[in-house]
Design a protein around this ligand. Structure first.
Ligand SMILES: NC(=O)c1ccc[n+]([C@@H]2O[C@H](COP(=O)([O-])OP(=O)(O)OC[C@H]3O[C@@H](n4cnc5c(N)ncnc54)[C@H](OP(=O)(O)O)[C@@H]3O)[C@@H](O)[C@H]2O)c1
Length: 215
């Protein structure tokens, strides 16, 4: 499978490395084609990873991942060209964060909308699935924790797209996936990012993840 990832940060690189390890081809996209973070990452992929602009990455992917600064993702989608996403599954890993003077995050939008919904509206012919946004990037791939694998929460409007993402999550080492329903579930999933950050600060430990326990 070919995977286009919009982003050159830790999230894009961690997901890119996961997909490459599973044998997929990955192209990271940036505002410029020669972003050094992306080109340095590509050198670690034994030829499976490449780089380009946001448009190059979106056109390349059979599926596309949104892994850009949350509040700039609409801009990244516009730069990529929305038609490059038509008919594709789009994994949205972003969180629309605003930061206080002390560096603490809150949601820039919420309650009545969410980044997931905004991105689905910007990509009306694509199938956006929110995933990977409720955990730190160091645990994206094959999370190994003493209490067993954590739970990934997803949402999106298209059942087939969610099945595809669920399979990808299983391949990434997440056997437990909870489907929140339509893309408006991003309002809760994006708020869970704030709960994750506050928990990490309280525990002085950023290698944490949510796990849903059942009786
Ligand atoms: N860090 C985590 O562990 C984690 C976990 C889950 C979800 N998330 C979410 O995942 C997303 C990516 O996080 P990150 O920490 O990897 O990176 P980030 O620093 O939030 O974003 C970096 C990316 O955003 C792009 N960008 C920045 N300003 C832009 C603008 N004005 N217009 C277009 N693109 C712009 C950059 O483009 P260039 O490539 O051109 O520099 C780069 O690709 C965020 O939404 C974050 O909230 C983060």
């Amino acid at each position: 499978m070919k995977v286009g990832i919009l982003g050159s940060g830790d999230v894009a690189k961690a997901l890119g490395t996961g997909f490459v390890t599973l044998g997929h081809e990955v192209r990271l996209g940036s505002r410029t084609a020669d972003n050094p973070k992306a080109t340095d990452w590509a050198k670690t992929t034994h030829g499976k990873g490449s780089t380009g602009t946001f448009a190059d990455a979106a056109a390349f992917g059979d599926i596309v991942v949104l892994a850009t600064l949350g509040v700039a993702t609409e801009e990244a989608i516009r730069a990529a060209g929305p038609s490059h996403f038509d008919g594709k599954v789009v994994i949205d890993a972003t969180n629309p964060l605003a930061f206080s003077a002390e560096g603490l995050p809150s949601l820039a939008i919420g309650h009545t909308s969410s980044a997931g919904e905004v991105h689905q509206k910007a990509l009306p012919k694509a199938h956006v699935v929110k995933a990977f946004n409720t955990v730190g990037n160091t645990l994206f791939f094959r999370p190994s924790l003493p209490q067993g694998p954590p739970t990934m929460f997803i949402c999106g409007n298209d059942a087939a797209a969610k099945k595809k993402v669920e399979q990808i999550l299983h391949d990434f080492g997440w056997p437990s996936v909870v489907d929140f329903g339509g893309i408006e579930g991003s309002r809760e999933l994006e708020a869970m990012c704030i709960a994750w950050v506050k928990s990490a600060i309280a525990l002085h430990d950023f290698k944490i993840a949510f796990k849903l326990l059942k009786a």
